[in-house]
Design a binder for this molecule. Sequence first.
Ligand code: NAP
Length: 240
Amino acid sequence: MKIAIAGATGRIGAQLAALARSQGHDVVEIARETGFDLLAPVGLEDALAGADVVVDVTAAPLEVAGDFFPAVARNLGGAAAAAGVPRTVVLSIVGVDRSPDYDYYVAKLEQEEAYRATAPGVVVLRATQFHDFAGQMLEWNTQDGVAHIIDVPTQPVDTREIVKLLLEVATGEVEGDVDLAGPEQENLVEQVRRLVERARSDVKVEAVDGPPSMMGGSMLPGPDALLRGPSWAEWLEQEG
Ligand SMILES: NC(=O)c1ccc[n+]([C@@H]2O[C@H](COP(=O)([O-])OP(=O)(O)OC[C@H]3O[C@@H](n4cnc5c(N)ncnc54)[C@H](OP(=O)(O)O)[C@@H]3O)[C@@H](O)[C@H]2O)c1
């Protein structure tokens, strides 16, 4: 198949491109690094000509997410429709429809809606937090030796499982929208404390309130979600 990957140079995108190529697929890489700015695309329709599917795994920082995600969805979805690409796969996040108090999730929900309004054959894969999310939270939220971490339940998943399922959805092996999580529930503050202990760091971890929806469990998978891959603790052992 010919698979166009928007965000092909990112963490998920690069793994997806490698896996798709290893299975014999033809991959079109779409990112600013490969000459396509999806906020002001030029030549996108030509690049998508003959593609069987477009997969969107782009990302932007929280500060610009509200503008970025719906705009990229309209531009890429519109180009996919014009080029006659029959299927568009979007990587979203479990809980985006249950967190109206968190701007990034609101933007991701708008991204899903914008795709459904513009592109044919839209399939949404919502995944929970990546296993390295707790490490990112530690890095981003530590100041003067104190990490302020939101006290929320999560059920993180291995990115390798996300990539495998994205490809299964892209090729039509798995049909319809799907939610994906790892096998075990965690608490973000406890995860970060564990990372600090492992690193024998003297950073102090303080629990802080997060968006009420998330503190109430909006990031957790529902009963129909697929649960795949190693738990966070198993992943940490393998990685560490
Ligand atoms: N982090 C989590 O725990 C989590 C959980 C579930 C779902 N997700 C979702 O997973 C998706 C992928 O995340 P990631 O961490 O793999 O992202 P990432 O590593 O930050 O990669 C982002 C990709 O988007 C491309 N991009 C950014 N701006 C662009 C633009 N204007 N035009 C074209 N391409 C652009 C980047 O390439 P260039 O810079 O070269 O343009 C890069 O290839 C995101 O949508 C995120 O919401 C994340």
